[in-house]
Design a protein around this ligand. Structure first.
Ligand code: GAL
Length: 702
């Protein structure tokens, strides 16, 4: 179903060949420190229980100080020290940040912004993915690394590149232009098909041949890009970086076929740099970097993101490559983690399917742009709360390893919340009905509202198997290809339950509108027809800025003008509004029995609160198999389960979602209790704020 062929799953083996162990570690940058610090690093790593480090991620200038001159001595020394201390090495291809000599002798490797300005060295990732010159140098380095380390017993995995596209996602150089032209030719075959896809009859944008295709370079302030071209440029940019990654990967794999490879993704509720679902099929195992969202959504956002990672990893154990022990350095104000959050966050990632927990980074830098970024070993040294928490987590990880957590998988939820990178890209363009909503506006609200009712949803990419779930939610799924629409019809006809929201199914995969009333290809299924949108803006005085619904909730930002219904479409809620709005009595929430299934439509933005109030009745009406009765009293904590392959071992993770202590049941053997107290008879536990409890329950679920 996905765009690319799936690469076989290959998880790194531990040094002692223990397969049942979790990995625990960090990025390690020994080249930022004098060598006499290394022994202390290793002593403290052992103390903390670290068993893996990602090494040499930004070390190109140390490894190849001058063109063609390689210095592996220092790297050999540290790898040997680490290995002897039983710490495995996840070795980088080291290509993320090219050295000064390369940019000096080949400035044509530097990427260009949309105005054609060169992005100069001074930070990192200043290379263009489509530069043949850069590629040659980077692959030479990969080859040298692989040849040098092919028989090293301590290298357990390859860490290819680093966060591809973090800083060089969009390159507008001539190299990129030529590569974009080739990409379009490959995708469309003839220029006429491109013209059709991009709607170039509009504004005289018709192209005569592929050489006229440009990246979406600067068009002047206040002007509007062709959305079809923009969307394809976003696809192309993800593919161009992927192709570069694959070239590195294949160079390494040719020499070291037995060493598993990965690269760290940046999946989060707000990160859409690459089509990570598509990339997920190109790694031996998936790894992700996740940085916490400070504030009240912290835990929910984290588990939402990790849920998506788990789906991208095809529900196989994945690697948390980076997160922070406390503050980051790149927000305007960098909040530290609250007491308990260091351990709790790691346990939350584990609960959602991670078998490796790593941090950026081991020792907090003394100099450079990240000197204020937290680390496992802070500026204050080992006598610090952060380091004590790091050691506590190391113990917890060992206990969980001993109990057999590694290799178990996330228990499937009955609800799939569908996410689509391409819908996000298309809906964040500038010429849309409202910039206040896009695809990503909805999923986290739905996820949180469901959690408030004690239901944890799986977050599932549109290309994967959402149709195996009893209930599917399509939250503002803006693009709907003919194929996905057919899948949806098939799913509902066989008894599936679907809830579709506003801004779904508006365009095809070229961002060409489906005609005849919205949402074009699924009107029949839903039994509704929308003629117009009614976006709302609180800042326009005297305009309709909200809408009351008959079920007591309030819509903001967006409402659909549903003008006709099928005879058997039931209206569950409608708007109550002044007549001048034209919205009084317009249906807001509908439900239709279609063939064997049921299809609901919500035509407005209700936000988390409104959804929480609306969902119990809606879910009851939809009669979803395996879905427990939504219950607000269960919303004070999050429950996640991982299960062993045979279903006999279940690991139940419970997390406090509130700002007060909450009481939960003890169901099995308590493995970890962080900020958690168990009562005397061992039946109840109190989770303090940021508290977490992990227990093992043996035996199949009843
Ligand atoms: C990531 C990056 C790391 C480090 C970290 C800081 O984007 O991969 O190298 O910069 O952010 O949060």
């Amino acid at each position: 179903m996905s765009k690319s062929e799936l690469r076989p799953y290959h998880w790194p083996s531990h040094l002692k060949k223990q397969t049942s162990q979790l990995w625990y570690g960090c990025d390690y940058n020994p080249d930022q420190w004098p060598e006499d610090v290394w022994d202390e690093d290793i002593r403290l790593m052992n103390q903390a229980g670290v068993n893996v480090v990602a090494l040499a991620v930004f070390s190109w200038s140390r490894i190849e100080p001058r063109e063609g001159v390689f210095d592996f001595d220092w790297l050999d020394r540290i790898i040997t020290k680490l290995g002897k201390a039983n710490i495995g090495v996840n070795l980088a291809s080291a290509t993320a940040s090219p050295p000064a000599w390369l940019a000096q002798s080949h400035p044509e490797i530097l990427w260009k912004d949309e105005r054609g300005d060169t992005v100069w060295p001074g930070a990192r990732q200043h290379w263009r993915p489509t530069s043949p010159v850069f590629r040659t140098y980077a692959l030479k380095l990969c080859e040298a690394m692989a040849e040098h380390y092919q028989n090293n017993p301590y290298v357990v995995a390859w860490h290819v590149g680093n966060e591809y596209g973090c800083h060089n996602r969009f390159d507008y150089s001539d190299d990129a232009m030529r590569a974009f032209q080739r990409w379009c030719k490959h995708r469309y075959g003839t220029i006429d098909v491109v013209n059709e896809a991009w709607g170039t009859s509009f504004w005289s944008q018709r192209l005569n041949d592929f050489s006229q295709i440009l990246p979406p370079r600067y068009i002047g302030a206040g002007n509007f890009q062709n959305p079809g071209r923009l969307l394809d440029f976003e696809r192309f940019s993800s593919d161009a970086l992927k192709e570069f990654f694959m070239a590195e990967r294949d160079t390494l794999a040719k020499i070291t076929p037995d060493i598993p490879l990965t690269t760290n993704f940046m999946v989060s509720s707000q990160g859409f740099t690459l089509d990570y679902d598509d990339w997920g099929s190109q790694v031996d195992f998936v790894s992700n970097d996740h940085y916490f969202m400070p504030g009240e959504s912290h835990l929910d956002e984290l588990t939402y993101s990790s849920g998506l990672v788990d789906s991208i990893a095809r529900r196989m154990p994945w690697w948390l490559m980076e997160h922070s022990t406390s503050a980051v350095n790149w927000r305007p104000v960098n909040l530290r983690k609250e007491p308990g959050q260091l351990v709790r966050d790691a346990l939350a990632h584990l609960s959602l399917g991670a078998d490796a927990i790593c941090y950026f980074q081991w020792r907090q830098s003394q100099a450079g742009a990240e000197k204020f970024h937290s680390a496992m070993l802070p500026h204050a040294g080992e006598d610090s709360q952060v380091f004590r928490d790091v050691c506590e987590l190391g113990n917890d990880m060992e206990d969980l390893s001993d109990a057999g957590l590694a290799g178990t998988v996330l228990d499937k939820s009955p609800v799939a919340l569908v996410f689509d990178y391409e819908s996000q890209w298309a809906s964040e363009h500038s010429s849309v009905p409202s910039r206040n909503v896009q695809h990503s506006t909805e999923p986290l609200d739905w996820y949180r509202a469901l959690l408030d009712l004690g239901v944890r949803a799986d977050v599932v990419p549109v290309r994967s198997g959402w149709d195996t779930y009893p209930l599917v939610v399509l939250p503002s799924l803006y693009l709907l290809s003919r194929k996905t629409s057919e899948r949806l019809h098939d799913y509902v006809s066989k008894g599936g339950r679907v809830i579709v929201t506003y801004l779904s199914g508006i365009s095809d995969n070229h961002d060409r509108i489906w005609l005849g009333g919205y949402p074009g290809t699924i009107r029949d299924l839903l039994g509704i027809r929308i003629e117009e949108f009614a976006p709302m803006d609180r800042s326009i005085e005297g305009s309709m800025d909200h809408l009351d619904l008959t079920n007591g909730t309030v819509a903001h930002d967006w409402a659909d003008v549903i003008t006709s219904l099928a005879d058997d479409t039931h209206v569950l809620a409608s708007y109550q509004a002044d007549s001048w709005t034209g919205m009084d009595g317009v249906p807001a929430l509908t439900l239709r029995n279609w063939k064997q299934g049921k299809a609901a439509y919500l035509g407005c933005r209700l936000g988390r609160e409104g959804l929480r109030k609306t969902l119990p009745e809606l879910l009851e009406a939809m009669k979803v198999k395996d879905l427990q009765k939504p219950d607000e009293s269960q919303g004070d904590h999050l429950r996640v389960e991982r299960v062993s392959e045979d279903g006999r071992n279940r690991f139940v993770f419970l997390f406090n979602r509130t700002r007060h202590p909450v009481q939960v049941q003890v169901e099995g053997q308590v493995l970890v209790g962080s900020l958690t107290g168990i009562d005397k008879d061992g039946k109840q536990a109190i989770l303090q704020v940021n508290g977490a409890l992990v227990q093992r329950v043996v035996g199949h679920r009843h």
